[in-house]
Design a binder for this molecule. Structure first.
Ligand code: M6R
Length: 610
């Protein structure tokens, strides 16, 4: 989604803004722009459709646009096609007010008509220009007052950065339902969509809440509530290194992040296992609470939802309680059966996915207690939850999630073990066995990664296929969903995941000579059943890649064309090993097809519009 960065200080703003925008590129965008103020040139705006490099070249890396205050933006088009004119910053008719925006103004048509009736001409198709023009309309010499009036008139979601040429000693920031942080430094301040944009310059940040407005000068940052009353904000220290958000010698962030999975998994579980015992410090849920819950709802989108599908299989089996996993985008519209005895587990890497956030708020309104699994510290979902467990994966930059998925799974295992212990639904011996195996998972992941060339070889055989089917049963089906999404989102190959038993109910009609099927058979209890499905698709001409655990390798190799083997582990933990070859396969296939792996077309890292 759109990326915002604003800087006010004593350095030339344009290079700093371009650097910040480069660090926000991962969010996904189709155009970029800058607005920088100087006394000589006034408010200068430069915008360009396409990659940030086009903009950077236009201003020679920032050297041709001067001033120590400005705004930068990468736009992911919603209202109006990607074009120079629809790019942000959007400016008011007089050219003195510039706005960058992430989100959607829902009542922009009505406001646009109101302004047009007053004779105001619009040049873009964007909802954001409406905000710039409305600011101008309300502006009577006090930009903060105008911002406040605009905010009370608009509906929708927004993070704004605003600059007014009449008062270039300040930047204004405001948010509702779209993320925005402030960065504090000696003689400078930032506003930004997320911490990655500012981490090179400062580690002291604060997270704006819905309805808050900030006024930044070089030396001061003042935050106001919606009634323009100043409020104290808690500052947070960001403790990860700048290098965590850089490629570190890898060709793509995705490759780096896959290689980081063993460490991310270890970092997420190790501090939470003490002497063979799962300890979840931040979880204020006890046995009495768990005894009275009627249902666990898991709410998420995309890959996080796929973690939820794995969780449903694992939790229902282990806890003997009903677990429903639901897409966040559907949750609000399906009249969910949530009561005061419902626990909602909300999963999100970014903690800002708008559908997940909205579903979480609805679940809370209906009475659920919210436990979230989040990677980005201080994000909206984390802050609004009753309990939050962080995945300590570090920053994830590639649009295709890998290490965040793995660490979300890690937390699902820990939560399941802890709940099972509290509910008394697990034998001590089984508990000990799973914990011991859990601690071995990072090493087993390393074994798979050390042999990644084998997956690269399979990718070289199959990368030209146009259509792929992933089949599996039980948690193998859940992993298939993720393998399929990974492949389609970065390689643009049409790909579907099916519960293997469903093949005969329709899908098998699509299998013909040369169709590629990825058969997942690591859930050994259902190995034979799955292999029967493999025989069915093979006899209709499919090329089959099989994925199973080493102990079943010889058996599988008799039937499939290519076999990928992962180390044996406890059945509950298999997803964490199976997913790695699937991520690698997607990566290498996309590489061989020449795709833009870290920034796949039309996708954004953090989906902050519905
Ligand atoms: O930040 P979230 O975990 O809430 O994001 C959810 C999905 O948008 C995300 O998992 C998406 O499906 C990824 N592109 C998958 O790689």
């Amino acid at each position: 989604m759109c990326g915002i960065v604003g800087y006010i200080g004593r350095e030339e703003a344009a290079p700093v803004l371009l650097d910040g925008l480069a660090r926000l590129e991962y969010r996904g965008y189709d155009s970029a722009g800058l607005a920088v103020f100087s006394q000589q040139d006034g408010l200068k705006v430069v915008k360009a459709k396409g990659r940030l490099k086009v903009l950077a070249d236009m201003v020679q890396g920032g050297r041709t646009i001067h001033g120590t205050v400005g705004l930068g933006h990468t736009r992911w088009a919603t209202h109006g096609e990607p074009s120079d004119v629809n790019s942000h910053p959007q400016v008011s008719a007089s050219g003195r007010i510039a706005v960058v925006h992430n989100g959607i103004i829902e009542n922009y048509v009505e406001i646009k008509e109101f302004l047009q009736a007053k004779g105001i001409k619009f040049v873009s198709q964007t909802d954001t220009e409406v905000v710039a023009q409305l600011l101008e309309y309300y502006y009577e010499g006090d930009i903060l007052d105008a911002v406040s009036k605009v905010l009370s008139r608009i509906q929708g979601a927004y993070a704004f950065g605003i600059i007014c040429a009449d008062c270039p000693d300040r930047l204004i920031a405001a948010r509702k339902d779209s993320p925005l942080i402030l960065g504090y430094g000696e003689g400078f301040h930032f506003l930004a969509s997320d911490v990655t944009a500012v981490i090179k310059y400062t580690r002291e940040v604060c997270y704006l809440e819905d309805g808050e407005i900030a006024v930044l000068t070089a030396d001061k940052a003042t935050v106001y509530d919606a009634y323009l009353q100043p409020i104290e904000k808690e500052k947070h220290h960001v403790d990860w290194e700048v290098s965590a958000a850089e490629k570190g010698g890898y060709e793509h962030f995705m490759a780096k992040e896959i290689m980081e999975e063993p460490k991310a998994f270890r970092d997420t579980i190790s501090p939470r296992i003490h002497n063979g015992h799962v300890v979840l410090d931040n979880l204020n849920i006890d046995g009495a609470y768990l005894e009275q819950i009627d249902k666990i709802y898991i709410i998420a989108c995309g890959s996080s939802y796929h973690v939820g599908v794995v969780a449903k299989y694992i939790m229902e089996k282990t806890l003997r309680r009903p677990v429903e996993v639901t897409l966040a985008s559907e949750f609000r519209y399906c009249q969910p059966l949530v009561t005061q005895h419902t626990l909602a587990i909300v999963i999100s890497q970014s903690g800002e996915t708008i559908d997940t956030l909205a579903a979480m708020r609805e679940a809370r309104r209906l009475g659920a207690r919210i436990l979230s699994i989040v990677n980005v510290v201080g994000s909206s979902i984390a802050r609004e939850s009753d309990d939050v467990l962080y995945t300590w994966a570090g920053p994830e930059i590639a649009v295709a999630t890998t290490k965040a998925y793995s660490t979300q799974l890690a937390l699902i295992y820990l939560i399941t073990l802890r709940f099972a212990e509290l509910l008394g639904t697990i034998e001590q011996g089984e508990y000990d066995k799973i914990v011991a195996e859990l601690l071995l998972i990072p090493t087993k992941m390393e074994q798979i990664l050390n042999n990644k060339e084998a997956i690269q070889y399979f990718a070289s055989i199959y990368f030209n296929h146009d259509s792929v089917f992933f089949i599996g049963r039980n948690i193998d089906y859940a992993i298939g969903l993720e393998g399929s999404l990974k492949l389609k989102e970065i390689s643009y190959i049409h790909s579907e995941a099916y519960a293997a038993g469903e093949l005969k109910h329709g899908t098998i009609s699509l299998i013909e000579d040369g169709t590629l099927v990825v058969a997942l058979a690591s859930h050994t209890a259902l190995f034979e059943k799955l292999m029967s499905n493999v025989v069915e698709v093979k006899s209709r001409g499919a090329d089959v890649i099989g994925l199973t655990v080493e102990s079943k390798g010889d058996e599988m190799k008799k039937t499939v064309d290519s076999a990928i083997l992962v180390p044996d582990t406890h059945p509950m933990l298999v997803p964490s090993l199976d997913v790695i070859p699937l991520q690698l396969f997607a990566y290498y296939v996309a590489l061989m097809r020449g795709c833009d792996i870290d920034k796949p077309r039309n996708l954004a890292k953090s989906v902050t519009v519905e």
